[in-house]
Design a protein around this ligand. Sequence first.
Ligand SMILES: [Zn+2]
Length: 224
Amino acid sequence: MIKYHPKDQLIEQFAAGVLSPALSVIVATHMDLCPLCQQVALDAEQYLAEQVMQTQTKSLAPELSKQLDAMLEQILATKTPTDIIEPPYNDRLRLNGKLFQLPATLARQHQRIGEWSRVPGKILKAPLHLGSDECINLIYMDQGSRIPEHTHKGNEITLVINGVFNDEQDEYKDGDFVLLNQQHTHQPETRDEDCLTLATLDAPLHFTAGISRLLNPFSSLFFK
Ligand SMILES: [Zn+2]
């Protein structure tokens, strides 16, 4: 059972197509794993479609409205052209000698996964190149690994793709969508299981405790 979901507002913004590429990918990946949020998105899409129809009938001249209907009909009647080149779909990811199954959204973005690099604490990360200057990474925590305690200067969203991680508040499993901001301090760690996550960060982490404070100047190296 998924315990943490994006707020409805975020899903509605996704349905309206107003989210940034990184947020869209992370919300869509959550929805791949979550029928509940898929339904929220469908409802939002339907509501938006109704709004659009109402505005059209109100504001468009009848002639234009007819043209638009004809156009829509034509679009709907056209089958998906077979000559559109689909990006390579690859739902397998081999990491640390293990094979992970990627949700559909990430499988479609597979060719955008950059090089894996090692981060202190048995952690691997690879950027997802979405063509925006946002920071979005796949992060793999081997079992028994720990990210130093930190707060956030902006928002951090972590989506669990496979596995389990813990912090002081709770345990997070497959599909959990965890949003943290400046008010949260936490220390994510894995125990007897490893964990693959997708994470976005809109500002560098700010480490708060002990020697890890020395890492602050480098915190952008962690996830940027
Ligand atoms: Zn959900």
